[in-house]
Ligand binder design. Structure first.
Ligand code: SF4
Ligand code: SF4
Length: 334
């Protein structure tokens, strides 16, 4: 078993491109916030121009098409082909499984590196309670159809106290689905749903550490690569902020471009796309937070989720919170 922390690097870049915010579902933990991210569906001309802004770094940039639900965009196939034409390092679609507009008939496994399906429970009862009626069946059927056509598939499981217990059932399920990668995410206080919630549904540090690494290990034993957020730093581990040492861009249809996903609920974006140019935002923006050093680790975590932090009797933090972009990766050694 190989376990590694996936370090940030300026030599590799990720472009998370939200081409619309519309969605057919209304998941309990959705981070999309139309007030901050816009209601627009970008035209294919705009998508092409905005992809072009990143073409100088395309060969080292992993591109992820997101929404809302990106397959609701009728021109997603054309956007994918443009991305291939510009030679992005990899192209991924993140979908809720409904695969609108017959997307699987309009693209080929050569066009996309991965189709990533979101599932938040090992049973339809748990998943559909979180993600909406019919979404479990849509994901299972979508993965079967995509695999039959030769697409490489991944799954994203967002852990909360509503579905942590079903994570133990996921090794058997994912093995039966013949997927290639499994991503575990942690629920965060983001998006419109954050306003609605009275209970965060976040799991405790003890539960996270007792369940996630072990389930990840079991799934990785089957040959699937598993990735999960580090969340808590070891005492001897240095804290680093991806906003400083990595090259990530989160682009929304209203033109806002963030460098940190935790900042997405606020008008703190580092750039705005105006007239098809990437324009730096005036101070204060998220970039001015990245340099701040605090004993708790991530500054934005302390600002938006202070309840996640515990302190010792002497006032020092009981643990430091890692950058949300810092991941652990497990794979079977061959
Ligand atoms: S989490 Fe994804 S699938 Fe669910 S409502 Fe939000 S955009 Fe749609
Ligand atoms: S999550 Fe925290 S550490 Fe990571 S980029 Fe944002 S502010 Fe920096």
């Amino acid at each position: 078993m190989q376990k590694k922390t996936v370090a940030f690097s300026k030599s590799s870049s990720n472009l998370f491109f939200h081409i619309l915010t519309r969605c057919n579902l209304s998941c309990a933990h959705c981070y999309i916030n139309p007030e901050q991210h816009g209601h627009q569906t970008l035209s294919i001309d705009t998508i092409r121009r905005w992809l072009g802004l990143f073409s100088p770094v395309a060969s080292r940039t992993n591109l992820i098409f997101l929404g809302g639900e990106p397959t609701l965009h009728k021109d997603l196939p054309a956007a994918i082909k443009e991305a291939r034409h510009l030679r992005f390092k990899s192209v991924t679609i993140d979908t809720n499984g409904f695969l609108f507009h017959n997307i699987l008939e309009k693209i080929t496994p050569e066009d996309v590196d991965v189709i990533s399906f979101s599932l938040d429970g090992a049973t339809s009862a748990t998943n559909d309670d979180i993600r909406g009626q019919g979404s479990y069946d849509a994901v299972i059927s979508g993965i079967h159809r995509a695999r039959k056509k030769g697409f490489s598939c991944a799954m994203i499981y967002t852990v909360s106290d509503k579905n942590l217990h079903e994570l133990w059932k996921m090794p058997d399920l994912v093995a039966s689905l013949d997927i290639h990668r499994f991503f575990i995410q942690v629920i965060g206080m983001r998006g419109k749903s954050a306003d609605r919630r009275t209970d965060t549904h976040q799991v405790s540090k003890g539960l996270w550490l007792s369940v996630i690494p072990e389930v990840a290990r079991i799934i990785a034993e089957t040959g699937i690569i598993v990735t999960y957020p580090k969340v808590f730093l070891e005492t001897d581990e240095a804290f680093t902020c991806a906003g400083i040492v990595a090259d990530n861009y989160f682009v929304f249809p209203n033109g806002r471009v963030y460098r940190c996903p935790l900042c997405e609920d606020y008008p703190l974006h580092a750039y705005t796309i105006r007239k098809n140019t990437l324009v730096p935002s005036p101070p204060v923006n998220e970039s001015h937070l990245f340099d701040l050093t605090i004993p708790e680790g991530c500054v934005m975590n302390k600002i938006i989720q202070p309840g996640n932090l515990d302190y010792l009797a002497d006032g020092t933090p009981a643990h430091r919170i890692a950058c949300c972009m810092l991941k652990q990766e497990l794979s079977r050694t061959v």
